[in-house]
Design a protein around this ligand. Structure first.
Ligand SMILES: [Zn+2]
Length: 135
């Protein structure tokens, strides 16, 4: 049982923050700083998308695979696992798309990003009279 929501990566060997504390293992990590930053941003975006989209029935993202040239459907947990794997190993994980997915429940990164932007705009408009409530 885990009931510490503050750091979801706590104790995880793939903790993306671990690299920030320990710059000494760069030789084991072929990801450049820029690439690593991209993955970290994707992970952060993923948290937002999952929080926003899960309530409307979205289970994950669909990604057009460059190798198979067909869409793969990834649950949120799977996406997070893949990104953390990329951080720790420097290589994308082999395909583990969701089993027998229902395409209706998956959206593209672009859709998720657009949705998050829309929600953000709505929240920004509504919070004008509450200075200090956001950041
Ligand atoms: Zn593929």
């Amino acid at each position: 049982m885990h009931d510490e929501p503050i750091d979801p990566f706590n104790g995880d060997p793939a903790d993306p923050a671990a690299g920030l504390h320990d710059p000494g293992d760069e030789s084991l990590d072929p990801l450049s700083d820029v690439e690593r930053q991209d993955v970290l941003e994707d992970l952060a975006d993923l948290e937002i998308y999952q929080a926003l989209l899960t309530p409307i029935g979205v289970r994950g993202l669909v990604i057009e695979c460059e190798d198979c040239r067909e869409p793969h459907y990834f649950d949120w947990d799977l996406l997070r696992g893949n990104l953390r794997h990329l951080l720790s190993s420097g290589r994308p994980r082999v395909h583990e798309p969701a089993y027998d997915p229902d395409p209706d429940h998956y959206v593209s990164w672009d859709y998720a990003r657009g949705y998050a932007d829309g929600v953000h705009d709505t929240l920004s408009e509504g919070s004008d009279e509450e200075p200090g409530s956001g950041r």
